[in-house]
Design a protein around this ligand. Structure first.
Ligand SMILES: Cc1cc2nc3c(=O)[nH]c(=O)nc-3n(C[C@H](O)[C@H](O)[C@H](O)COP(=O)(O)OP(=O)(O)OC[C@H]3O[C@@H](n4cnc5c(N)ncnc54)[C@H](O)[C@@H]3O)c2cc1C
Length: 350
């Protein structure tokens, strides 16, 4: 079998890459080992152009947001399901200092356009210091996206459900051969499993485990994301995804007692009303040392690419990065330096 591209991994990175190839009518095969839980499947799927404790606009936020809205809207049409939920974030202040910090930041027009200082009051939340709203935010139903894209790939005979065996990958002339498949380009989108990849495991990933609950709670707003230390995203009816923890030492995919305690304490502090924990999940985010994604061609192996390091913001980054990698491969356009794999070239050995 001959194809133009092989993509390894069908999380957010592989799914958005496949979307680029579908749009361009390129032939490709995705190799993905089915796993019930992956980072993309447990994620809350939120996107937000304002980030961190310091509340600053994140890197290339406007361009990333535009691609986020475009790509997930296109995917809704392609996959015939609702994936993109535009909802403001209802952010509760934790202290007077946080209130003051925000009013200082409002002098910056570029920042202020994303903020509503006077939202309607939400009942049933402990909001002693008040709240504000962040606009142009929302969430993507990542679990459904992965599932529906998987179905489409199976129906188009372009999905192989198996663990990729690196020993079977050989470069002959200008082609990559994997078992009986011959391809011009290979793109690795393996998330945190990249650490097992002999070609790209020199890259400085710093993995970060995250845990989330799904809870049932009647009496909370359903059209906003609630945030105070943790977030609550309304999935449907009275069911909310609640997250998340950040853990850099225990890197198993198991849920932990510490994670459960953390989420429960935050929920008890935030909610005035009772809730029921329906499920508790964990997985590993592929974060990097400099907190930027890693995109591009292997410095020594031509036509071997990586799209990874989506970190804590896979939803907002995956469309932008997939588009950039595709235009690099097909048009030779330069990948931006902040995310370019070549910033780590001095780490390659051999
Ligand atoms: C608890 C939690 C909450 C999160 N919340 C958010 C959020 O609200 N917003 C946000 O933007 N991001 C969030 N994230 C981060 C987001 O999930 C990640 O950035 C993103 O999902 C990473 O996608 P990926 O495709 O790189 O990796 P993955 O989702 O891990 O996908 C990799 C895929 O490749 C497959 N694979 C790997 N190696 C091989 C191989 N050798 N052979 C075959 N298949 C292979 C895996 O089985 C998997 O299907 C969250 C993460 C966690 C853990």
């Amino acid at each position: 079998m001959e194809t133009n591209y092989i993509i390894i991994g069908q999380g957010l990175a592989g799914t958005l890459m496949a979307h680029e190839l579908l749009k361009a009518n390129e032939s490709f095969l995705v190799i993905d080992e089915y796993r019930e839980s992956t980072s993309s499947k447990v994620a809350a799927g939120m996107f937000n152009p304002i980030s961190g404790k310091r509340m600053v606009k994140s890197w290339n936020a406007d361009a990333l947001l535009a691609d986020t809205f475009n790509a997930y809207t296109e995917l809704e049409i392609l996959l015939n399901c609702k994936l993109l939920f535009k909802q403001n974030i209802y952010q509760l202040f934790g202290s007077v200092k946080e209130q003051n910090d925000l009013s200082t930041r409002m002098d910056n027009e570029d920042f202020a356009q994303h903020v509503n200082l006077f939202p309607t009051k939400e009942e049933n939340l402990n909001a002693g210091f008040g709240a504000f709203e962040i606009k142009e935010t929302g969430w993507v139903y990542t679990q459904l996206l992965i599932e529906k894209m998987n179905e489409l790939l199976v129906n188009n005979n372009c999905l192989l459900n198996e663990k990729f065996d690196y020993n079977e990958l050989k470069q002959i002339d200008n082609y990559w051969h994997y078992k009986n498949i011959k391809a011009k380009h290979v793109i690795f989108c393996e998330g945190y499993k990249n650490n097992d990849n002999p070609y790209f495991n020199y890259l400085p990933f710093v993995l970060c485990k995250g845990e989330v609950f799904t809870i049932k709670c009647a009496g909370l707003t359903k059209d906003k994301i609630i945030k105070k230390g943790i977030y609550l995203v309304n999935l449907y009816d009275d069911f909310y995804k609640v997250g998340a923890t950040y853990e850099w030492n225990d890197l198993t995919e198991n849920t932990s007692k510490e994670g459960k305690t953390f989420l429960e304490e935050k929920l008890n502090d935030l909610l005035k009303i009772p809730y029921q924990i329906i499920s508790h999940e964990a997985n590993i985010r592929p974060t990097t040392k400099d907190r930027k994604a890693i995109v591009g061609e292997h410095p020594k192996h031509k036509n071997l690419f990586i799209l990874n390091g989506l970190g804590t913001k896979g939803v907002m980054h995956a469309p932008y990065l997939a588009k950039q990698l595709f235009s690099h491969i097909t048009l030779g356009n330069e990948i931006e330096k902040e995310i370019n794999i070549n910033r780590f070239d001095k780490l390659v050995v051999g």
